[in-house]
Write a protein that binds this ligand. Structure first.
Ligand code: GDP
Ligand code: MG
Length: 232
């Protein structure tokens, strides 16, 4: 039987965090008592992440995939194309929530449910600098891409139809993969629902904002150019 949720979690060099995070993630998903599959997709880790993840599976329906080059987007693409079920969900290893899954089950008619950090009812407990980065990203999404979604990066649930049709079109790699997927889904006319989230970092963020900001701006321009070339 196809699971209700196929949950894809990209991980990179998370060997020391997994023994705490993986049991917590599985317990969170199992609060729902619905059929699920969890796919941990690692690529390019040098700290034994894949072996450690495999040792933590236990009786849960979890698979661990290992690919070569470190690339968040490539990991997600692989997981999404291999996933099946009603909802294909993306979580990070440090950001997941049973409440989000409950909200997904409670929505009707949506092809994409976004847990939006910018929703008026969201509670963002991250440091001010991270909240500001999300706000700026939101402005860039609107101005550069003309998007009406308030967030693209974070917890999301996609219908499998959307994933199978749109994923193969996505060209962006790394952390812009999911943004391009969401923008393409929006432009293709899929129904998108945003739900509030509580955002709490369960460990200090590993990625550097300084490196990420120029990469993100360039990446959003590249998406804009690519999409406009496709329509002309
Ligand atoms: N497969 C894969 N996962 C990655 C890569 N880089 C980051 N991740 C994972 O992406 C998620 C988010 O990373 P994190 O460092 O928390 O960045 P944040 O977006 O600033 O919160 C975590 O599950 C990381 O392990 C990568 O190159 N490959
Ligand atoms: Mg994080």
């Amino acid at each position: 039987m196809a699971p209700t949720f196929s949950i894809v979690v990209p991980v990179y060099n998370e060997g020391t965090f997994l023994p705490k995070a993986m049991p917590a993630l599985i317990a969170e998903i199992e609060q729902l008592s619905v059929p699920y599959r969890l796919m941990i997709v690692e690529n390019g880790s040098t700290d034994g992440t894949a072996e450690i993840a495999r040792s933590l599976i236990g009786p849960a329906p979890v698979s661990v995939v290992s690919l070569s080059e470190p690339d968040y987007g490539a990991a997600m693409r692989h997981g999404f194309l291999a996933a099946e079920g009603d909802w294909i969900v993306n979580f990070d290893i440090d950001y997941f929530s049973a409440d989000f899954l409950r909200r997904v089950l409670a929505t009707s008619g949506a092809d994409l449910v976004i847990g939006s950090k910018r929703d008026p009812n969201s509670e963002d407990r991250r440091p001010a600098i991270r909240r500001l980065a999300t706000r700026v990203f939101n402005i860039l999404l609107r101005t550069i891409l003309g998007s009406r979604v308030s967030d693209t990066h974070g917890m999301k649930a996609f219908s499998s139809d959307l994933v199978k049709k749109i994923t193969p079109q996505v060209r962006s790699t790394q952390d812009l993969f999911d943004t391009e997927l969401v923008i393409r889904a929006e432009r293709a006319g899929y129904t998108i629902t945003e739900v509030p989230v509580v955002v709490e970092e369960i460990r200090t963020a590993k990625s550097s904002l300084v490196k990420r900001v120029p990469r993100t701006i360039l990446g959003l321009w590249r998406i804009r150019r690519m999409l406009s070339n496709e329509t002309t």
